[in-house]
Ligand binder design. Sequence first.
Ligand code: SF4
Length: 448
Amino acid sequence: MSKCTMAARVGDVLIGDGGHIVVQTMCDTHTSDVEATVAQCVRLAEAGAEIIRVTVPGMDDVESVRRIKEALRAKGINTPLVADIHFSSNTAFAVAPIVEKVRVNPGNFHKDHSEAIRRFRELIRICADNGTAIRVGVNHGSLGDYITNLYGDTPEAMAKAAMEWVGICAEEDFHDVVVSLKSSNTRVMVDAYRCFNSEMTAAGTVFPLHLGVTEAGNGDSGRIKSCVGISTLLSEGIGDTIRVSLTEDPEAELPVARYLAARYERRIVSSMTSVSIQGRKAFATYHSPSFETLLMDVSCDFGKRLLDKELDDLELSGEYMDEAGNPVSIEASGKGAYLVDELMQAARRRFYRPEYISCPGCGRTMYDLKAALAEVKAKTSHMKDVVIAVMGCVVNGPGEMADADWGYVGEGNGKVSIYKGRTPLMRHVPENEAVDRLLELIEGDGSI
Ligand code: SF4
């Protein structure tokens, strides 16, 4: 069957059909704080964001989105805006005429699947009338019962769910569609996109894909996890737009996303100077201009091969330049062994510390997420074989933390809920006690 590769127009930006890899990010300001959101959008656009998403928790925020867009256009900033919708189809209908793209998981529109489909068709009609694109965002951990009952909570289920939604778009002759199938688990994420890409190819119509490792966390581990998942797919020609999700200021996501786009558009090359393979172990030498470049190069050079079990181990040597411009030995500094440990964990081959899942935060975030993640990490780093999620809001956090063993979820008003798997064990815990309560629960559980 011949293949038709689609492109989606999002304002002035074209996503897909062999175009450049579009870099995007998301505000973490409250959308109702128009001034702060406009200021952050300006900084993000200046830092290279080609598309910016803002959360729209409810109808009250729709007018704020209009004011944000007007203020940006008045400043000469034409970066397309995406409205992030969870659950409320009415909010999606109201904001769709204002923004350039709406991000929805249509399965969340209603518990009754046929009603969810009806509302999605309605959204398509509104978007078609207003020249607004749609991102269908199917996340691991938030699939509807109708699909998990058939396929489990699996990459295949994510792909099947997405196929149904793009099929409805095709039936409605609506083609400004981008699809994401995110997971914080790089194995699940890569498998879901590969499966969906194959299914679209077999069906004959390939819609553009938005890549991301969701809830990747922060720091080196968040960057490595994002690079492993995204680079694996980009190296196979899968993916048209990317977001690196970090539990940091959104500005910090953009250098990593720009690196990935540049690398897979072949505008930059790795700083690896030599590599040899002995058995199933690679020995690689680098001369990197910075530690961050080394980290991203190593993740892209070896992430896919470790994830796909083409290699079992890695040893790094050479040097990188520190911030003062002095060379640092990769072996003698211990950074080589550290990066290999982190890469093994990101590729889900060897777990040497807890696995942390944490959302990037957005306008729904109910507390100081970055400080909470830092404290949880500091107090649990000695543990092994445990997955801990730190999430910004009770509305979406529990659903988005997927396969976490434990969840630490902000409620707002200085309170936190603590989950074991999907079950809330404690609610309304004061923030200043919550990490200690979490520790007591994990240590008392006897499963670590
Ligand atoms: S879980 Fe985090 S990123 Fe997701 S909606 Fe809540 S605060 Fe925003």
